[in-house]
Design a protein around this ligand. Sequence first.
Ligand SMILES: Nc1nc2c(ncn2[C@@H]2O[C@H](COP(=O)(O)OP(=O)(O)O)[C@@H](O)[C@H]2O)c(=O)[nH]1
Ligand SMILES: [Mg+2]
Length: 393
Amino acid sequence: MAKFPKVREQHIAVFGESGSGKTVLVSSFFGPTQEGSFKNDLWDLVADDVGQGVRLYKNYLGMRDKASAPIQTRFRSTTYYFSVKLRGGDSDAAKKRPFDVLRLAWHDYPGEWFEEEPSSGEERDRRTDTFRSLLKSDVAILLVDGQKLLDHRGQEQLYLKSLMFNFRQGLLRLKNDLLEDGPIVEFPRIWILALSKADLLPDWNVDTFRDLVILEAAEDIEHLRSTIAEFIDTPAALSIGEDFMLLSSAKFELRSNDQQPIDIDLTKRVGLDLVLPVASLLPLERRVQWQQKHNIPYKVLKSLADGAELLAAGLADQKFAPIEKLLAKAGNAGKVAAVALPMLKEAVKLVGPKLEEMNEQARAKHDYLRATLTQFKLDLEHGVIDKVIRNAK
Ligand SMILES: Nc1nc2c(ncn2[C@@H]2O[C@H](COP(=O)(O)OP(=O)(O)O)[C@@H](O)[C@H]2O)c(=O)[nH]1
Ligand SMILES: [Mg+2]
């Protein structure tokens, strides 16, 4: 009998220079789920560390009720642990489901570390250790600051170039330490470029953003890609500059003379509802694409989307037990990969009316895991239709 509750862990790494909106983003992601009026019939979101949860909610309330943004924390890296606790723990469907909790580890990596040299050997070790801790992430989000783009109107290239350059330098500084044991297997392989503070550019959709980045910084992204490729085992399994999204934590209304916020409307968020779907489903989809195109060793596939087989079974309405059994047979990697692929493909293929129908059925049956996964997939689909996100083909 598996222990209860069963937990699946997903990591997401958020990179951005100081002031690009990381702390506000995580506060705005978490805050609304803690309001008394919050309604979600499928799951509850809790912060695993109570103190951390209180701080984030306080940030959120400060913005909501006092129009005051959280104080800037420089030089500190933080990992926030959230648990998406699925409802209906004592139902029949729950007894068979492979997990009850989807844990999200959100790594907020301080941008200063890319901009400034470490001040001492100790500081350098600390950076390396921190970076190691976020290598578990399948997905990394690299923030492009909407405010900086506005400040560089007509010269966006300057900003984008310096952003990519700093970022690449920051990685190169860590390279020797990180590569001590050779190329890294477990490393974020999906790098999403995200426009933060998208509310400042209300006419833009994700294509506008993507076109600008490609027009002004395609070479720099290619540089970044080849730099990262040098860190990892099987560089064919890497996408950078192929996925784009818009993010806005709130609609900020600023006073014209001193640019202080006079109102922060947190009901007007963009892209934040896509964080959980992106963290949980994008690796699965990408794994299928790569597996079909390249010859990727199973250890890489597995590290890319560990547990994808079970997620796929959850989506595609298949039984979990035979898959758990298959996965338990360690050492039979080739067989697992071969058996899993058709099922993963089927899960990825689910779209449109069929997906909606499955979501409704799962809800009607109080099958909260399937309902949640199909809902995540629907959310991603709507994000694409609304041009908030665009994923590699
Ligand atoms: N317009 C707008 N401004 C934002 C948004 N998020 C953050 N900001 C502004 O950017 C500042 C820095 O954000 P913060 O999250 O502290 O940046 P960090 O250094 O990356 O953690 C905030 O004080 C806000 O004034 C957003 O979604 N829209
Ligand atoms: Mg911060």
